[in-house]
Design a protein around this ligand. Structure first.
Ligand SMILES: NC(=O)c1ccc[n+]([C@@H]2O[C@H](COP(=O)([O-])OP(=O)(O)OC[C@H]3O[C@@H](n4cnc5c(N)ncnc54)[C@H](O)[C@@H]3O)[C@@H](O)[C@H]2O)c1
Length: 341
């Protein structure tokens, strides 16, 4: 895996991080805090964990939909920039509750942007997703691929991308839409990592099998049009995502135009290959059972992440599968009950 030649630029604060108690957001918070950047977190703790945020970082419990709370937080923090991670983010749940997803992800972001424009926020980095592309016409997927989401979750993220472009014309902040592929891994220290309830992501589910918390891992579809019949995904380490956020924000702060970038490795890994790596790293047999495909699951989702390389100077450093698994396994071994430990 290549390394960026230059060190990560340090953005200016104060920065407001929404969803900063969540899985990906809290890693960006830790990185910014370690770099000495003034910042604050807004999170309603619906899926996040208070203990994922360093004690020294100001924490505001509050909801994106609560306009009074947003005004209070903005008055206190006076952010120049926003990193916006807060969202509902389960594809399956979004199919069952599209209105709920629209309310939080689209209307919540609209209220956040209203509050941001009131205090003159200049830069806005948005957690978008490869789910905005829908079923790919070709792999790897570059940023010019048509965006035709097939889930309400993907639709809400695309609507926010469009809202940001409209707002900018109306005096809103310049923005970066960072379209992550599959976020994975844990802080290399083993102290912070993924703790979702219910857990739906493949790697933590596999590691729960290794810990004896689950009997087996389900493989959804073994007849996909891929080299071994199982779904292929592009896994990117949360520490690399945090690094990309710092770079995107610093770039916007330098006056750069708004942009959209994929964040992935450009390498596809199948479910069987993920399980094989888990067996190697954990030394556990990890029983698996093949079952039928999940509706709407594309066979392959692989990024073309060259734009993030050229525009942000970004390259993944911890996203090779062995390193990523090693970090995730350390977190799960040290914290078998997640943050409730
Ligand atoms: N995890 C992935 O693989 C992945 C891939 C692509 C995009 N993303 C996007 O990245 C972002 C972070 O994802 P994650 O995996 O860390 O999810 P997460 O659920 O761990 O984090 C989201 C955070 O937002 C908070 N939140 C939710 N609704 C809120 C509201 N109404 N007001 C205030 N806070 C609220 C939650 O409490 C949580 O701390 C999301 O926007 C997600 O859509 C994630």
């Amino acid at each position: 895996m290549t390394s960026p030649s230059d060190s990560t630029p340090v953005p200016l604060g104060p920065i407001l991080v929404t969803g900063g108690a969540g899985y990906v957001g809290s890693q960006a918070v830790r990185r910014l805090h370690q770099a000495g950047v003034p910042l604050a977190v807004l999170d309603n703790l619906s899926a996040g964990h208070r203990s994922a945020v360093p004690k020294a970082v100001p924490f505001f419990e509050g909801d994106l939909l609560d306009e009074n709370r947003l005004s209070e937080v903005f008055a206190q923090v006076q952010p120049r920039s926003i990193l916006h991670f807060a969202a509902l983010c389960y594809v399956g749940e979004s199919v069952r509750d599209p209105a709920g997803y629209h309310l939080v992800n689209v209307e919540g972001t609209r209220r956040l942007l209203d509050a941001a424009q009131d205090v003159g926020v200049k830069e806005f980095v948005f957690s978008s997703t490869c789910a905005t592309y829908g079923v790919p016409h070709a792999l790897p997927i570059d940023e010019n691929h048509p965006q035709n989401p097939i889930s309400p979750y993907g639709e809400t993220k695309l609507k926010v991308e469009q809202m940001l472009a409209e707002r900018e014309k109306d005096g809103g902040p310049r923005f970066a839409c960072l379209r992550y592929f599959n976020a994975a891994g844990a802080d290399p220290s083993g102290t912070h990592g993924e703790d979702h309830s219910p857990e739906t992501h493949l790697i933590p589910l596999i590691l729960q099998v290794a810990l004896g918390q689950l009997d087996k891992v389900m493989v959804f579809g073994s007849d996909h049009d891929t080299h071994d019949g199982t779904c292929v995904r592009d896994y990117v380490h949360i520490d690399d995502l945090a690094d990309a956020h710092m770079r995107a924000l610093a770039l916007l702060q330098s006056g750069h135009d708004s942009l959209a970038c994929n964040l992935g490795t450009g390498q596809g890994v199948s479910v069987r290959e993920v399980i094989a790596m888990a067996r190697e790293v954990t030394g556990h047999p990890i029983p698996s059972v093949d079952t039928k495909r999940r509706e709407g699951d594309p066979a392959g989702l692989i990024s073309d992440a060259r734009r993030a390389g050229s525009m942000l100077g970004w390259a993944p450093r911890r996203s090779d599968l062995r390193t990523l698994f090693g970090d995730a396994w350390r977190w799960h071994q040290q914290n078998p009950s997640g943050y409730s430990n």
